[in-house]
Ligand binder design. Structure first.
Ligand SMILES: O=P(O)(O)OC[C@H]1O[C@](O)(COP(=O)(O)O)[C@@H](O)[C@@H]1O
Ligand SMILES: [Mg+2]
Ligand SMILES: [Mg+2]
Length: 344
């Protein structure tokens, strides 16, 4: 741009020039995703002015009540990405099965998973929400993709990103070469590079967890949070602050900017109902873990690195503990100690 600012399109193209044999497919796919996020930003921003708030009256595969915006944003993502010829198929939080590319369009070599609207319990109360996405290569038959083609560990991701619809609309991306943030300039409708090379501070005094679940937490999590709450009056040398926005995108974004630790652990109530966590591996935990690790942070279930989990289902749920390395390592240690004592 004349004033030296870099648009997301220019940034992506320059990134791709680094890659030998880059065909431009990936760049074009990312541009379609960027367009979808711009459209969603506009919808979220207009809210009740265009009647998109409130319940849809339907349930998704997770058994959750869908918001109107869950369904509308899912449709925006499908329509924006199905025609390009770069995708073999898509998968979403809001669809039980994978979505095949309509026969009138060519199929390509990539797979796209997405959470079209993250933090949807916040839509009606005007609190930040987002969109999360992850791109994989289709390792199987791209002309006849199946669910199994999606079930690749997070380490296989080609790209992960999110859009945050807050006071300003931002996009944050990684293609495995660091993490960069872009802000939507509403005047020209372009995302501009404003946060190059985002890095998560190793230490922090800020934790985020839904404390209403405290009585169900496993001992390692209970111990960690208790210590944070006791602060310098307890075993920790400093005092801690707490945050909970109930939008994973907004929590992760805060952590990318100023550090912190985010926990949505497995708890006794979930276990009693045969649950394995709250957040979904394929379109929440894996893309956010890729971004957090690329920014120098750490992401774990408490017992294993999330990115190396072999997925066994499109909507599989996992415990998520991510953020500043020193704090995540501490929580992982507490799990190790607890499990070792329990096994002894
Ligand atoms: O309402 P709770 O239990 O605090 O859960 C909040 C969590 O649930 C989520 O809203 C789940 O995501 P969706 O809104 O996409 O279903 C996360 O963004 C957030 O971290
Ligand atoms: Mg979500
Ligand atoms: Mg969602």
């Amino acid at each position: 741009m004349r004033d030296g600012r870099i648009t997301i399109t220019q940034f992506i193209i320059e990134e791709q020039r680094r890659i030998k044999d880059a065909t431009g497919d990936f760049t074009s796919l990312l541009n379609d995703i960027v367009t979808a996020c711009k459209e969603i930003s506009n919808l979220v921003n207009h809210g009740d002015l265009i009647g998109v708030l409130g319940q849809a009256g339907t349930e998704n595969v997770q058994g959750e009540d869908q918001k109107k915006l869950d369904i509308i944003t899912n449709d925006v993502f499908l329509r924006s990405n199905e025609w390009s010829g770069h995708l073999a198929a898509m998968a979403s939080e809001e669809m039980e099965e994978i979505s095949h590319i309509p026969s009138q369009y060519p199929r390509g070599k990539y797979l796209l998973t997405f959470d079209p609207l993250d933090g949807s319990s916040n839509t009606d109360v005007n609190v930040s929400v987002g969109t999360i996405f992850s791109i994989l290569r289709c390792q199987g038959d791209c002309q006849n993709p199946a669910t199994g083609d999606f079930l690749q560990p997070g380490t296989e991701q080609v790209c992960a990103g999110y859009a945050l619809y807050g006071p300003s609309t931002m996009m944050v991306l990684t293609t495995g070469n660091g993490v960069n943030g872009f802000t939507l300039d509403q005047n020209i409708g372009e995302f501009i590079l404003t946060h190059p090379n985002l890095t998560i501070p190793e230490s922090t005094q800020e934790f985020a967890i839904n404390a209403s679940k405290m009585r169900f937490w496993e001992p390692p999590v209970k111990r960690y949070v208790d210590e944070c709450l006791s602060g310098s009056a307890g075993d920790r040398d400093e005092d801690f602050n707490m945050r909970w926005i109930a939008s994973m995108v907004a929590e992760v974004h805060r952590i990318l900017i100023r550090g912190g630790i985010f926990l949505y652990p497995l708890d006794e109530k979930m276990k009693a109902n045969g649950g394995t966590g709250k957040l979904r591996l394929m379109y929440e935990a894996n893309p956010m873990s890729f971004i957090v690790e690329q920014a120098g942070g750490m992401s774990s279930t408490g017992r294993e690195r999330i990115m190396t989990i072999q997925p066994d289902g499109l909507h599989q749920r996992v415990p998520v503990i991510l953020g500043s390395k020193q704090e995540v390592e501490r929580v992982v240690d507490y799990h190790k100690q607890h499990d070792a004592d329990a096994a002894a």
